[in-house]
Ligand binder design. Structure first.
Ligand code: RFL
Ligand code: PHB
Length: 389
C-alpha cells in the first residue's frame, strides 16, 4: 500500500494530525498498536488550552466539546491554609476548557470513518525503515500477515514508549531527561467537584490536585513515593489525605465516593532533539514529556501537530519545503517553554525528598509573592492558558 503520510499512534497527536491532513485531501493512514477500546480506556488529561480547542473547532469536531466542556475562568494555588486565586480570564482574556482526553479521543475516532481517515488498530511490530531517505516505509503485522506501507513522510505520534523515536540513529539525536522522585496517585469518582475551579495544593504532607471531568465527575490526585502501590491506598485513606492536603475550605466541600479508576503515574521531564530526522517527524509524547503539573502534555501534542500539519500541507499543496525544514526548531521553542513552566510549577508545589527547611521557605516566599503580585499571577496565567503558537 502507498500513502503520503504514515502516522504511527492513534493518541491525540496522531488523530488530530490525521484529521488535519485529511481536511486538505492529503492521504494518510494511522497505525495503532492497541485496540480502540484500550486507547479510550486510558484516563489522562483533563484541561484543554485554547490552541487545542481551536484545532477541534477548525476541524468542525467540537460539537460535544462546546456543549459539555466546562469553561474555566481561573484556578487556585493552595498553601495548606489559604486559596490563592489566579484569575486567568481577567489576566489574559482567555479560558481553559475542562474536557477529558478520553472525550477528545472519542470525538476524533468517531469522526474518522466519515472523513476517510483510515486507522489500523492492533497493528503489531510496527517498524520504520529508510527514514533517512525520501522513500521511507513502515511494516507491521496483523491477522498473521506482514503488511508494508510506503509513504513520503512518517509522523511518529506513538508516545514515549513508541517505536518512532528509536528509529532515529543515536548519533543524530540527543535526550534531556529528569525523572522525578514521586508519582501522582489519581482517583476518578462520580461525585460533584469540591470547587468550581481546579486547586493545586502544596501541604506539609505533599501535593494534591482537585480537578474534574464534569459537574458530576471529579478527578483528584496526590503525590506518593514511587515505592507505593495503588493497593496501599483504599478509597477512604485517599479521601482522608485529599481532605488534609487540599485545606479546610476545599475539605468542607469534598463529596466522597467509590473510585471508578485509580492509578499511579510516574512524573518525568523529557525532551528529544531534533524533532525531525530525514523523512521522520516526531510529535507529542514521542518527542517530549512534561510532569502533569500545569496540564501541558496533551496541549503540547496539539501544538506540535498544528505546526506539523502546516508544514505538510505546505509541502503537498504548494510544493513548499520551508515548513518541513523549520518544524523541529519551531516546535522545540514552544516545547522548552512549556517544559520550563511545568518544571517550575512542579518545584513550587511538591516536596522533593532532598529539600530542607531552606527550600521550604523558598516555596512559602514564592507563594506569598504570587498571592500579592498581579505581575507574578499574569506570568503564571499566560503559561497556564497556553503561550501563542
Ligand atoms: P499518547 O496519548 O501516548 O498516544 C500514543 C499512541 O501510540 C500508540 N503506540 C503505538 N502504536 C503503534 N506502534 C507502536 N510501537 C506504538 N507505541 C505506542 C499508543 O498505544 C497510543 O495510543 O501520546 P500523544 O498522542 O502524543 O498524546 C500525549 C498525551 O496523551 C499526554 O501528553 C497527556 O495525557 C499528558 N497529560 C495531560 N496533558 C494535558 O495537556 N492536560 C492534562 O490535564 C494532563 N493530565 C496527563 C495528565 C498524563 C497523565 N499520565 C497518565 C501520564 C494526567 C496524567 C495522570
Ligand atoms: C486532570 O484533570 O486530569 C488534570 C488537571 C490538571 C493537571 C493535570 C491533570 O495539571
Amino acid at each position: 500500500m502507498k500513502t503520503e503520510v504514515a502516522i504511527i499512534g492513534a493518541g491525540p497527536a496522531g488523530l488530530l494530525l490525521g484529521h488535519l491532513l485529511r481536511a486538505e485531501g492529503i492521504e494518510c493512514v494511522i497505525l495503532e498498536r492497541a485496540s480502540a477500546d484500550y486507547v479510550l480506556g486510558r484516563i489522562r488529561a483533563g484541561v484543554l488550552e485554547r490552541t487545542t480547542t481551536d484545532l477541534m473547532h477548525r476541524l468542525g469536531i467540537d460539537e460535544r466539546l462546546k456543549k459539555e466542556g466546562l469553561l474555566e475562568e481561573g484556578f487556585c494555588l493552595a498553601d495548606g491554609e489559604r486559596l490563592i486565586r489566579i484569575d486567568t480570564l481577567a489576566l489574559t482574556g482567555k479560558h481553559v476548557t475542562v474536557y477529558g482526553q478520553t472525550e477528545v479521543t472519542r470525538d476524533l475516532m468517531g469522526a474518522a470513518p466519515e472523513r476517510g481517515l483510515d486507522i489500523v488498530y492492533e497493528a503489531e511490530d510496527v517498524t520504520l525503515h529508510d527514514v533517512d531517505s525520501d522513500a521511507p516505509y513502515v511494516t507491521y503485522a496483523k491477522d498473521g500477515r506482514t503488511h508494508r506501507i510506503d509513504a513520503r513522510f512518517i509522523a511518529g505520534c506513538d508516545g514515549y514508549h513508541g517505536a518512532s523515536r528509536r528509529a532515529v540513529p543515536a548519533s543524530a539525536g540527543r535526550s534531556f531527561e529528569r525523572v522525578h522522585p514521586f508519582g501522582w496517585l489519581g482517583i476518578l469518582a462520580d461525585v460533584p467537584p469540591c470547587h468550581d475551579e481546579l486547586i493545586y495544593a502544596n501541604h506539609a504532607n505533599g501535593f494534591a490536585l482537585a480537578s474534574m471531568r464534569s459537574k458530576t465527575r471529579s478527578r483528584y490526585y496526590i503525590d506518593v513515593p514511587l515505592t507505593e502501590r495503588v493497593e496501599d491506598w483504599p478509597d477512604e485513606r485517599l479521601w482522608d489525605e485529599l481532605a488534609l492536603r487540599l485545606g479546610p475550605e476545599a475539605a468542607a466541600r469534598i463529596t466522597r465516593g467509590p473510585a471508578i479508576e485509580k492509578s499511579i503515574a510516574p512524573l518525568r521531564s523529557f525532551v528529544f532533539e531534533p524533532m525531525r530526522h530525514g523523512s521522520l517527524f516526531l510529535a507529542g509524547d514521542a518527542a517530549h514529556i512534561v510532569p502533569p503539573t500545569g496540564a501541558k502534555g496533551l496541549n503540547l501534542a496539539a501544538s506540535d501537530v498544528a505546526y506539523l500539519s502546516d508544514a505538510l500541507i505546505g509541502f503537498f499543496r504548494r510544493g513548499c519545503n520551508e515548513g518541513i525544514g523549520d518544524y523541529s526548531a519551531k516546535a522545540l521553542a514552544r516545547v522548552w517553554k512549556c517544559e520550563r513552566f511545568s518544571w517550575a510549577l512542579t518545584k513550587l508545589m511538591h516536596r522533593f525528598p532532598d529539600d530542607g527547611p531552606f527550600e521550604r521557605r523558598m516555596q512559602v516566599a514564592e507563594l506569598d509573592y504570587i498571592a500579592s503580585s498581579p505581575a507574578a499571577q499574569t506570568a503564571i496565567a499566560e503559561n497556564y492558558v497556553g503561550i501563542p503558537l
